[in-house]
Design a protein around this ligand. Structure first.
Ligand SMILES: [Zn+2]
Length: 250
């Protein structure tokens, strides 16, 4: 059976002398593990289309023993990402989160995973937003669409929605106002950081990056997004440690 789809190769693992296994994030079928021959002619034919900074079209054959790549064509290369080792390492972390959280061969795959990745690659490639902000929004939105949505609508105790100060509760995945907060594993957040969290997690997919925060608030938002993500996935990916080393944050 032939399958035509578009997406991004997230990883490539050598399996035998002349074959490797790609993990492809597709628009509507989740992740597809797909074998690719790695002879000289295939490498010339597929070229950059199987790199993790290319948005590509794939023709895949589904056989009894799995999926095999017949053809690949790059629609859009995010070339500038390869000029910055910190950005490349960040893409590697995004790849790892997607591999971990997107279901495999999902007939009803959520197209938002690919959309989120493409928007993030675009913003990093163009340098339109600080990398830390792109990382924070990516993490928060990934959590929201993967079933790890915290309750950020209002205070868990009294329901208040607006305020200059709130507390994010990592243990209970919710918010508290100063009057209702009784401690625990919490982080104080300002009005603008809460606005960033709500925009990233609750708004229309097209608008998740459309908020402004100060440099200090970016750090606060980034710390919260990363900590919440690591608690939810219950691990610290090696790719995150590598990103921190490469970007001087480690
Ligand atoms: Zn309250």
């Amino acid at each position: 059976m032939k399958l035509e789809t578009e997406g991004i190769v997230l990883s490539e693992m050598k399996t035998a002398n002349d074959r490797c296994l790609l993990t492809i994030l597709t628009r509507d079928k989740g992740l597809i593990p797909c074998f690719m021959r790695t002879g000289r002619s295939e490498i010339i034919k597929f070229g950059a289309a199987v790199s993790n900074i290319s948005y590509s079209e794939f023709t895949i054959h589904k056989g009894r023993s799995g999926y095999n790549l017949n053809d690949a064509f790059s629609k859009k290369m995010f070339f500038r990402l390869s000029e910055d080792l910190g950005n490349l390492a960040l893409v590697g972390y995004f790849d790892a989160l997607l591999r971990r959280l997107v279901p495999e061969c999902d007939e009803n795959g959520d197209p938002e995973f690919l959309r989120l990745m493409l928007n993030s690659l675009y913003l990093l490639n163009e340098g339109k937003k600080p990398a830390l902000l792109v990382k924070a929004v990516f993490e928060l939105r990934m959590m929201a669409i993967s079933g790890y949505m915290p309750d950020v609508l209002g205070c868990r105790g009294c329901g208040v929605y607006e305020g200059d100060e709130f507390f994010f509760d990592f243990g209970r995945s919710c918010l508290w106002c100063p009057d209702c907060c009784s401690g625990g594993d919490i982080a104080r957040i300002s009005r603008s950081v809460l606005n960033g969290i709500r925009t990233a997690m609750l708004s229309d997919p097209k608008k998740i990056f459309s908020f402004t925060v100060s440099e200090n608030d970016i750090m606060e938002l980034a710390d919260l997004a990363e900590k919440y993500t690591l608690i939810m996935i219950d691990e610290i990916p090696d790719s995150l440690k590598y990103y921190k080393t490469m970007s001087g944050l480690g």
